[in-house]
Design a protein around this ligand. Structure first.
Ligand code: SAM
Length: 180
């Protein structure tokens, strides 16, 4: 298993990284990827999983951001609500959200099948999941890297259909799915 794919090590890692996270993120998270993630969001009820400091959905009044790391949440600039919890055991009712966003966070979940099942459970029927994730095998020792086929199969197993899979340069992928 990649070294950061368990909640305790991800939380410790991001608690330590939090003071410098925004500066590092500004170098890595390209504005065009951010625009594409935001454009893929549908409906007013949005859950941002691994919200970090709020970079992706901080502008949305009705959004909810969830994160394991107290230090990341402490620094978040967010118009919506922030909750400290693990998405796998989240406090939300089933079928609460129109869109669930995972920008740079899906690969930290220990079990991707369980991750998509948790996400699907939180989405209303017809809801959208937007995943921005690492795509280069160079990062495989640190985080999980999935192929297009693996995204399709894992989503299908959770009742989601992969509708979009687009490589963004050599390092990143945007995957969008819909709940049946
Ligand atoms: C790369 S960072 C945040 C990226 C953020 N979405 C952005 O737009 O800048 C990934 C975040 O995922 C969080 N995270 C990792 N596993 C998680 C889990 N199981 N539940 C909730 N948050 C998690 C980490 O604490 C970290 O803050």
């Amino acid at each position: 298993m990649p070294v950061l794919s368990n909640p305790a090590s991800a939380r410790r890692f991001f608690d330590r990284l939090a003071p410098t996270y925004d500066r590092i993120n500004a170098l890595l998270y390209r504005p065009e990827w951010l625009s594409e993630v935001r454009e893929a969001i549908r409906g007013p009820r949005v859950l941002d999983v691994g919200v970090g400091t709020g970079h992706t959905t901080g502008h949305l009044e009705g959004a909810v951001g969830i994160d394991l790391s107290r230090e990341m949440l402490r620094r978040a600039r967010y118009r919506g609500a922030l909750v400290r919890a693990d998405v796998i055991r989240s406090p939300f009712r089933p079928e609460t959200f129109d869109t669930v966003v995972l920008a740079g966070s899906f690969y930290y979940l220990p079990d991707p099948a369980e991750g998509f099942r948790a996400v699907a459970g939180l989405l209303r029927p017809g809801g959208t999941v937007v995943v921005l994730s690492a795509a280069t095998r160079l990062l495989a020792p640190l985080v999980r890297i999935l192929s297009r086929g693996e995204y399709a199969v894992l989503m299908e197993g959770a009742g989601l259909k992969l509708e979009r899979y687009e490589r963004k340069g050599w390092a990143v992928v945007l995957a969008v799915g819909r709940k049946g």
